[in-house]
Design a protein around this ligand. Sequence first.
Ligand SMILES: Nc1ncnc2c1ncn2[C@@H]1O[C@H](COP(=O)(O)OP(=O)(O)OP(=O)(O)O)[C@@H](O)[C@H]1O
Length: 614
Amino acid sequence: MSRHRVSRHEMRRKARRMRRLGVQPIADVTDVEFAELITAGIARFLWRYRSEVTPITIALLSLLAGTVLHRWYPTWWPTVALMTATTAGTLATAGRWLNLTRAIERGYAAIAATLLGGWLTAATILGPLSSPLPAVLALGCLVLAIPWWAHRRRRARVRVERTLAAWPEISQAIGLAGSRVQSAIVDLWGYRTRIALARGQTVEDAIARISGIESALGTRRGAVRIQPVPEKANRLELRVIETDPHADAISWPGPSVSTIHDPVELGVFEDGSPVRVSFKRRHALVGGVAGAGKSGAVNVLMGNLSACPDVIVWGIDLKRGMELLPWESCLDRVAVTPKEATALLRDAVRVLDGRAEMLAMQGLRVWEPAHDAPALIILIDEYAELVDDAPDAIHYADSIARRGRAVAETLIAATQRPSQKAMGNSAVRSQMDIRVSFRVRERRDADLILGAGMHKSGWHADKLDAPGKFLLSAPEFDIPRRARTYLLTDDTVQRTAVQHADRRPALDAISLAALHEPPHEREDAVEGSQQSRGRHARQAASQATEDALSAALRNAPREGASVGDLMEAADMSRPTLYRRLALLEDQGMAVQVSRGRWRATATDADSPAFGDEG
Ligand SMILES: Nc1ncnc2c1ncn2[C@@H]1O[C@H](COP(=O)(O)OP(=O)(O)OP(=O)(O)O)[C@@H](O)[C@H]1O
């Protein structure tokens, strides 16, 4: 065996030495060794370059097949012709299933099959060596070989195969000896391969050796990513990014949604696939150091949310509106001072309570966003400033974070570092279902944004190397994949804000009514963060006014009581009165006799449904 490894150079040296010593080399033994070496060398070359020599291999096989067919089965030519037509037709129409994804690839395969099959048919009849068939075969193969040799994906696949052939040595060198390459897929931006780990090795071991893997594979720094395979602890997916889709800023292609029910497209993963995440009934936390791209993400969000006629956005921007004011025409309300921010969040809790009350009364579980019942999203840029400058607002934010989902009222908070202090020591962070982490300075900051232990599991937000790059954690995104947000230029923001301004919906009647309730009717709900306590307390307090309204409606004359009289009798504000009247009308207990005049329905006026006034 070792004899075969002697190089030609070594053999020549040995022969020279023997001649110097006066020993005549045994010519045939050296020749045999030399011939073996040459054969092994050629075989190795052909195997290594098997993809490149495929056109020649096919030409030789065709020659052989033509010889056999002509010699023994010359009458089979119609079958060969029929098979040619069938194969070419199948490749042209169904080549997609054979991984010929592009039309040009299917076209090439169909033409190659037609030419080769046509030649074989002629060779079956005439003999492969009869003129001009050999020349036609040589020329045809050469012409067809050129696109084959030039094909980018083929070349990439071959290169990857050659690289991965060295995995046994690489795995030894990086301390993952015994791991095996199971499969490899080449795509537009690089390749991904599935690795089976040896007994006792873990994905974390591999993650800790990423730099070594990059060096062994000869990639650029930062080109290797490792992801666990959820269903198997001893498998991992190794991704090598050769062409970085994130190398340059990616322009925003325009809104991807027209309703909050659809996921918003934030940007592009590094394999070129879009990042789509639903913001319906979900709170979101966006974090990262200054200049990492948080405001860019807010722009993408605004560009999309403002295109949805079933979403209302309220904005808080304590940087004096620097980030959100360009979107002012699309924001239903915007707060740029601590006082305004507190008022905005207090009102958001009122809306929440109003909606929750309506749901409870109607026996509904959730608020389904629609044009006349829009979702309310509160976008807060630099949440930490809110904590510092408007501490009172934090109770409201906390309340929204806990109770807002069911009524489609949610928070999207951006902050540099969402420490417990920066989040106002509230439960807001723990309620965030979507976490977007741009670059952070320290590993523990990745855990602050994404959740405890995330950095250790491969969520390396500290390694993000350009503004706009982020990691996304959400129920449907539980694997760390680098993504980059789309970039909106100032011009795009301005143009989009103008375009979307007239699509904005108005706040629904229930929310409006809740906003205009007099303070005494709602203060308890705002103060208390427990839903039941707040609502029940308020219900008890307003029982007296309900009874007064019932009595006033029952005692109303035939032409009905005016709204003014009812407001006075029940001590209710106009919006509350309208809301109550609408509900009673729905329940068939009150009727609008004429514009602005109401009374109890005829039957109910006599029944004890409203309670006995005594
Ligand atoms: N997706 C992106 N692609 C390319 N460049 C981007 C992207 N997002 C942001 N940038 C660049 O980074 C700069 C800073 O981004 P941005 O203002 O969004 O950061 P930030 O995290 O909001 O910072 P700060 O906390 O100081 O407001 C932008 O001016 C822009 O040039």
